[in-house]
Design a protein around this ligand. Structure first.
Ligand code: AMP
Length: 396
């Protein structure tokens, strides 16, 4: 059947892709092109239970998409079923409040938003342009990580700085992980009737981590800011700290502000505190064998996640649901329990047996009996959301 969508997620040095069919329910092939820009780059294809890796002589986004096209040429039954291409785009600024069919104006708009996503948006444009060349005639759709948060009220999205900085330079909170939050909000509404008329907190905890308050189906506050650096402590990002720290780090280490920001983006968070790894699983193993630095890093992660959940909850009338998602949110019993321990004052309580025995990769409710807030684990599915947006836009 001709109903498949090629979903492309171009990062600065990687490109993830998948072909989804049957309204996004089936994955026909998926994979990742990794270490683009280095001599070791390769593309991995997962298809019908087998995995196949191909080295890229000169790994860049262009060659990666060319390799995907070559693979599809060898699988004409899949290639001929593709009716559109959906791209994840990190930053849509104030220009893009929802997903759009891509034309030259949209490409120009994504380029204009690149000031706040200098690594990601140019990579997305490369992916879009090469896809237009290799798949002429296929409509393409852009799905923005920021779009879901365009419903924030000015008192939530503005920073308390001179307003000319906002008017002239668009410095404001944008928020990210919007595609994941939209998926969770819509999926929860299929499980709990009327949850889209209630107050929902979502913790998207992965290597990048943020939280979102969703009031009646609309984002009312979120923790990331003009870039993904603000908010929670993450795998390698510090999250929020006193802004004076940037100057202090520059002076103390005799480095530029770009280098200081690089430390806060890539050498901080779980990695910086533990001095072991940015990976939650590795740190949980280290903690289990008695490593105190790993425990401190994980406990700081939990304390900060809880603090931001409490903070964004001020935009809700009631906290009817708390949802954990993302690699850490879906899999780490320890962090879910520690975060919820910090939220007792909000009457959020989980059942430890349900939390510890939650089935992997499935929706589960882990709330205790004596709570007004339903606590859920819901695996996120951003690719599905991108495929559904693409189908809906190309049908109009
Ligand atoms: P993501 O960025 O959403 O893919 O999430 C990646 C994070 O999820 C990494 O820190 C992983 O260590 C963490 N993660 C994945 N599986 C587990 C697990 N079983 N237990 C704890 N953390 C996990």
């Amino acid at each position: 059947m001709k109903d498949s969508i090629l979903v492309i997620n171009c990062g600065s040095s990687s490109l993830k892709f998948a072909v989804l069919s049957n309204s996004g329910k089936n994955t026909l092939v998926e994979g990742i092109a990794d270490r683009l820009g280095s001599p070791e780059s390769s593309v991995t294809f997962k298809h019908e239970g087998s995995k196949n890796e191909i080295s890229l002589a000169d790994g860049n986004h262009n060659n990666a998409v060319t390799e995907i096209k070559k693979w599809l040429d060898k699988h004409p039954e899949i290639e001929s079923s593709i009716v559109g291409i959906g791209h994840r785009v990190v930053h849509g600024g104030e220009t893009f409040t929802e997903s759009v069919l891509i034309d030259q104006n949209v490409i120009d708009g994504i380029r204009e938003c690149a000031q706040f996503a200098p690594l990601h948006n140019p990579a997305h444009i490369k992916g879009i342009e090469v896809a237009f060349n290799l798949f002429p005639g296929l409509p393409q759709v852009a799905v923005f990580d920021t779009a879901f948060h365009q419903t924030l009220a000015p008192e939530q999205y503005l920073y308390p700085i001179p307003m000319n900085l906002y008017r002239e330079h668009h410095f404001r909170k944008y928020g990210f992980h919007g595609t994941s939050y939209r998926y969770i909000s819509q999926h929860l509404a299929t499980i709990v009737k009327d949850s889209d008329k209630q107050g929902v907190l979502v913790a998207h905890l992965g290597n990048g981590a943020s939280v979102c308050a969703i009031n009646q189906g609309r984002s009312s506050d979120t923790s990331m800011g003009v870039t993904p650096l603000e908010g929670l402590m993450m795998g390698t990002r510090s999250g929020s700290l006193d802004p004076s720290m940037v100057t202090f780090i520059c002076q103390a280490e005799n480095i530029s502000s770009d280098d200081a920001l690089n430390i806060l983006n890539t050498k901080s968070g779980l990695l910086g505190v533990s001095e072991i790894s940015n990976d939650c699983r590795t740190l949980e193993e280290a903690m289990a064998s008695g490593d105190l630095r790993a425990k401190l890093a994980l406990d700081m992660f939990a304390a900060r996640a809880a603090k931001f959940l409490a903070s964004v909850s001020t935009t809700l009338d009631s906290i009817d649901h708390l949802v954990f998602t993302g690699g850490i949110g879906e899999n780490s019993n320890y962090l879910r329990q520690t975060i919820c321990n910090h939220l007792k004052a909000l009457n959020i309580n989980i059942d430890l047996t349900l939390n510890n025995n939650a089935p992997r990769g499935e929706v589960s409710n882990i709330s205790s009996q004596n709570t007004n807030t339903n606590v859920w684990i819901i695996p996120t599915n951003e690719e599905l959301m991108i495929a559904l947006d693409t189908i809906s836009l190309i049908q109009h």
